[in-house]
Write a new protein. Structure first.
Length: 345
């Protein structure tokens, strides 16, 4: 959130950009700066990268001193605070580093508040001379806003960590598939397989969708751009060779538990096994890139591109809706051009 707003009433403290606690801290500091009679506020808060950072209504020795005190673990700053309440302290009761900075300015009192979650999330200190400074209601409101922002940030970081673990697990499974993989063999007369690529046939894929049982489903559809032009210019044999190469790339980019099928003349589908939306997006990006790599033969196009769509459902999974939304996303991508990644709504 910008701190350059000109009127206190314009500060939006309920919905900071990104929901991070530093955004709220910046807004509170900026609001205090517009009320010069309320003294000075310094907030030391944990940023999204989990480092403690300070903000304040002014840049000076007091702000630096509070930051040093918090970094130094001087917990008497916040030991007596409860919930969103603040505690009043005379300047002489604060850590020496703060006393040294605040006393020459004329500050005589400080009100201290603390936000905790799985550790120390934020420390807010209001400095004042005499009776100046925000009243208890304003301080409580500020602490409530900081606490709410800290909770949103905690949830965001937990989600980000979970997505990172899921992506790492996907990469590990992919490496395992590469190490244990071998030449593919299939019976071209088996209706479970596509006779050109050896991938699952459309009928087999639809059976898999009918049998699907989970509260989360992620589908990626890959449609080769301008495939009819490849057939017209190079013939069916070359086009089939291109399809087999692309099928191999799909297999290399996915795990053994993922179901990969050829849906139509130029389209493929990947039903990802136990994959979150974040992993689905990771796979879709990977497939978009791998499809566009140069082809390893000379009697055909140098390269092809594809329109890639990712559809994800969580909760009540409807596989018919899942594939329909992916198809609509492919159509949308085709209207926008080639070599596109589209996320189904």
């Amino acid at each position: 959130m910008s701190t350059s707003l000109v009127a206190p009433d314009q500060f939006d403290l309920s919905a900071p950009a990104g929901g991070e606690i530093l955004a709220v801290a910046n807004a509170l500091s900026a609001r205090a700066a517009h009320h010069s009679g309320q003294g000075e506020i310094v907030i030391v808060a944990r940023a999204g990268n989990r480092e403690m950072r300070s903000v304040g209504s002014s840049i000076g020795p007091v702000r630096a001193a509070v930051s040093v005190a918090v970094d130094g673990g001087h917990d008497r700053l916040w030991a007596e605070t409860q919930g969103t309440d603040t505690v009043e302290m005379p300047i002489h009761a604060l850590p020496e580093v703060i006393r040294t900075a605040a006393s020459p300015i004329g500050y005589t009192h400080a009100h201290v508040g603390c936000v905790r979650d799985d550790g120390l999330a934020a420390v807010a200190v209001w400095f004042s001379a005499g009776d100046a400074g925000p009243d208890a209601t304003q301080r409580k409101e500020a602490m409530q806003l900081l606490a709410a922002a800290a909770e949103r940030q905690r949830e965001y970081l937990a989600m980000r960590d979970q997505e990172a673990r899921e992506r790492a697990a996907f990469e590990a499974a992919l490496e395992d598939a590469e190490e244990t993989g071998g030449p593919r063999t299939f019976d071209p007369d088996d209706p479970n397989f596509d006779p050109v690529t050896g991938l699952a046939s459309r009928d087999r894929f639809e059976e898999t969708l009918e049998e699907y049982e989970s509260d989360e489903a992620t589908l990626v559809v890959v449609d080769v751009d301008e495939f009819d032009a490849i057939v017209s210019e190079h013939g069916d044999d070359v086009a089939n060779t291109v399809l087999r190469e692309l099928a191999d790339r799909l297999l290399d980019a996915c795990r053994r538990d993922d179901v990969i099928a050829r849906l139509g003349a130029s389209s493929f589908a990947v039903l990802l096994h136990e994959a979150s939306r974040a992993v689905g997006l990771q796979v879709a990006k990977r497939l978009l890139e791998t499809m566009a790599q140069p082809l390893p033969f000379t009697n055909g196009p140098d390269a092809v591109t594809a329109t890639v769509a990712m559809a994800h459902q969580f909760g009540l999974v409807d596989t018919d809706e899942l594939i329909e939304s992916a198809d609509l996303a492919v159509a949308s991508g085709r209207r926008a051009g080639s070599n596109r990644l589209v996320i189904a709504s």
